[in-house]
Design a protein around this ligand. Structure first.
Ligand code: AMP
Length: 179
């Protein structure tokens, strides 16, 4: 028997939204950075981490020669934070972890993208969801289909499993599994 006077649920209760995040690092101790970022994401208010993919090593495309390989992962979280607030919180984590301490603050070593936010389509000056490049990047699609194969891309209506298969057939991009 509910004792809070609201019946089964509070009228102002905000439902958890499932969110897909892309994490990447190509400087410093990449694995440690990604693991720490995931831990800090789990510590955000009103947020719970659900699943994290394996780490995928990706050769950088373009850029100067000798650039270190990227380490990428995709994670699924549940949160009550609105998308814009979540973005700001993730940017704080990027700033905290994503710099190498040298003489001055060095290059950013951590990138966190909001790939999907429930089935919402968001287009503001600071936030575009679904992430516009997620379907073009094998290093996103492969780990994404590992942890959220059945999630539907709200603009295409296709699942991430289907998108991963399409990307594989077109043979674009390279990535290798690290674990
Ligand atoms: P970058 O660090 O190059 O990935 O770019 C970060 C900028 O992209 C931030 O200033 C965000 O406001 C903007 N942005 C737009 N859409 C997204 C998204 N879906 N996830 C993360 N950042 C985004």
């Amino acid at each position: 028997m509910p004792v809070n006077g609201y019946g089964d649920s509070k009228p102002d209760e905000v439902k958890m939204t499932e969110v897909l995040l892309g994490l990447g690092s190509n400087l410093g101790n990449r694995q440690e950075t990604l693991e720490q970022a995931w831990k800090e994401i789990g510590g955000l208010p009103e947020t719970q981490t659900l699943r994290l993919s394996r780490f995928y090593q990706t050769e950088p495309v373009g850029g100067p020669p000798g650039q270190p390989e990227f380490l990428n992962a995709v994670g699924v979280i549940e949160t009550r934070l609105p998308a814009q607030i979540l973005l700001e919180q993730l940017q704080e984590i990027e700033l905290r972890l994503g710099r190498v301490r040298k003489e001055h603050w060095g290059a950013r070593t951590l990138d966190i993208d909001i790939l999907l936010y429930g089935n919402q389509i968001i287009a503001t000056p600071t936030l575009t969801v679904p992430h516009p490049e997620m379907l073009l990047r094998r290093f996103v699609l492969e780990p994404a289909q590992e942890v959220a194969a059945g999630s539907v891309h709200p603009e295409t209506g296709l699942t991430l499993r289907e998108h991963d298969r399409i990307a594989k057939q077109s043979g674009k991009g390279t990535s290798k599994n690290r674990d």
